[in-house]
Design a protein around this ligand. Structure first.
Ligand SMILES: *Cc1c(COP(=O)(O)O)cnc(C)c1O
Length: 211
């Protein structure tokens, strides 16, 4: 598929859900892709935000490409010092990481934008807070003056529509309940469901790079 086709599918999903396509941002996930591929398949169509899952790989590409960089993969605390290089961290998954980021933000004299990752599928191998941990975790993070929580992010289990869609719906409901505007959800195989269920950012990789 090409990026314009993905945008078209997002627009159609918005239409089905009665949403304005302007509410949905496409974050192009560029992990494992070369700078040439990124120029050819993403940036020729516009200045889309670029998502990387590993800090080292992102830092290398930042030197070569001007873009709004997002971190979508897990951030280890020993790499927290690189957080200011990213426009948005999608993967705040523990209070210890929040504390590390708060320290980094204070030192840099800036507020770091974050999304809180929620493990709604309750998969042991996945990152993120469990739903019942959110009230306390969110209260703590919102007290940290150098962090700005914009919303939630989730990576659902692999599964059919009947499993994945309710998880997206749940994330939207939680974002509403906590008064948070952003919902980062949906990847190549399920971004249309995510848009129908209220995603404000979809993180699409493979679909942009594989014909
Ligand atoms: C790789 C990745 C994506 C993109 O996945 P695709 O299947 O390539 O669309 C989205 N979010 C996260 C957290 C990822 O690691």
């Amino acid at each position: 598929m090409s990026l314009p086709e993905v945008l078209e599918r997002i627009a159609l999903a918005c239409q089905r859900a009665g949403r304005d396509p302007k509410e949905v941002r496409l974050v192009a996930v560029t992990k494992g892709r070369s700078v040439e591929e990124i120029r050819e398949r993403v940036l020729r169509y516009g200045a889309f935000p670029l998502g990387e899952s590993r800090v080292q790989e992102a830092l290398k590409k930042m030197e070569l490409l001007q873009a709004e960089w997002h971190l979508v993969g897990p951030l280890q605390r020993n790499k927290a010092k690189f957080a200011p290089r990213f426009h948005l961290i999608h993967s705040l998954d523990s209070l210890r990481l929040a504390e590390a980021l708060e320290g980094v933000g204070a030192k840099a004299g800036m507020r770091l934008r974050v999304l809180v990752e929620v493990n709604l599928g309750r998969e042991p191998q996945k990152h993120g807070f469990l739903e019942e941990e959110l009230p306390e975790a969110l209260a703590r993070v919102r007290e940290m003056p150098h962090l700005e929580v914009l919303g939630f992010m989730t990576v659902p289990p692999m599964g059919p529509e009947g499993v994945v869609r309710p998880i997206f719906r749940r994330l939207s409901l939680l974002a509403d309940r906590f008064g948070l505007p952003e919902r980062s959800m949906g990847m190549s195989q399920d971004y249309e469901w995510a848009v129908e269920e209220g995603a404000t950012m979809v993180r699409v990789g493979r679909a942009l790079f594989v014909d």
